[in-house]
Design a protein. Structure first.
Length: 336
């Protein structure tokens, strides 16, 4: 007991003190240490080997644990078939995700499935904020997958906010409404669909950046997993306004394209996920009657060598380039 108290005393001096003791050859006293933060039920471990040292420190108490255990990051499962396997089990707790994609890529389906699965499987409360479509439209479209959000709302597990895109004067009012709903519901999951619509109400780029920083700080204080939906225009290579990409803990990119047989396809790429050894290859997915489903991982497996084919491969064509509608961007002969 005295030994644990001594370790707790060392932790109170911060990370630098611990690192100095390890460098001095006193790492043994930390190998059986578990950090338990009383502010929330998340458990953190110290991970130590000769090449690497990692620690989470804060308002903690010390507690012993079995040797050989490594750092554990608590994760929130999405419940989307085969998707959590790509992320070591799900999104990290208290993280902000950007869900970027073209029109028709399934952004709303993905985000809604995350909130619905949380409520049904884990009794996790969630807030879904509609900016791009009305609440009635959202509820009707989700019933196609058998997701009765109206019932969940009546049970107090989900709140659906139907907010309008406003100018700067009304932006703060919308943010206050989201904060109040999150607090009253004690929600742990949040979706803003879409964040692009929110930023449309701001004229200057600097105003958008200030809003992103404020929203990021609010989401971190809310201690929730949030998904900000980002609308990517056809033909655009940009995935954000230049700030949220760096602040976000994770970025998921949803693409649509036509293959060489002119079949409409969808694929997902994980561009960023902090604290996670995520999948590096793109994954094919589809929108079925059950919702968003990962089909397979594209490309060769790591470590497996394949001979380079000499036959000419037909380039994949983005979905917008195949349209005969003259109002849509992209020439019909344009390829990726």
């Amino acid at each position: 007991m005295a030994r644990k108290a001594g370790i707790a005393s060392i932790l109170s001096h911060g990370r630098h003190s611990i690192e100095q003791r390890i460098k001095a050859g006193r790492k043994g006293e930390f190998e059986r240490l578990q950090l338990l933060c009383p502010a929330k039920p998340s458990v953190f471990h110290i991970y130590i080997n000769p090449q690497h040292f990692s620690i989470w420190a804060g308002s903690c108490v010390a507690k012993g644990f079995k040797p050989g255990e490594s750092m554990i990051i608590q994760r929130i499962p999405t419940g989307i078939p085969k998707f959590d396997e790509l992320l070591e089990g799900g999104f990290p707790t208290n993280s902000m995700m950007l869900l970027v994609g073209y029109p028709g890529a399934g952004k709303t389906t993905f985000a809604a499935q995350f909130v619905f699965n949380g409520a049904i499987r884990h009794r996790a409360r969630g807030v879904y904020v509609c900016f791009a479509e009305t609440k009635e439209t959202f509820l009707r479209n989700m019933l196609r997958f058998g997701w009765d959000f109206e019932r969940l709302e009546q049970e107090g597990l989900v709140a659906i906010l139907d907010l309008s895109v406003t100018r700067e004067a009304g932006l703060q009012k919308n943010l206050d409404k989201i904060m109040e709903t999150m607090a009253s519901l004690n929600a742990s999951r949040l979706v803003v669909d879409s964040f692009s619509a929110v930023s449309m109400g701001l004229k200057e780029p600097i105003d958008i950046r200030v809003m992103v920083h404020l929203l990021y700080k609010f989401l971190k204080k809310a201690n929730c997993v949030s998904i900000l939906v980002i609308d990517q225009p056809w033909g655009s290579l940009s995935i954000g306004e230049g700030v949220s990409e760096f602040l976000a803990d994770g970025i998921i990119h949803l693409e649509t394209y036509f293959d060489r047989d002119e079949m409409f396809r969808r694929r997902l790429r994980i561009l960023k996920m902090r604290g996670t050894n995520h999948a590096k290859l793109p994954c094919a997915y589809d929108i079925t009657s059950q919702g968003f489903v990962i089909l397979s991982t594209e490309g060769r497996k790591p470590g497996k060598r394949t001979r380079r084919k000499t036959t000419k491969k037909t380039s994949e064509m983005p979905a917008y380039a195949k349209s005969s509608d003259p109002e849509l961007p992209g020439d019909q002969n344009e390829v990726l």
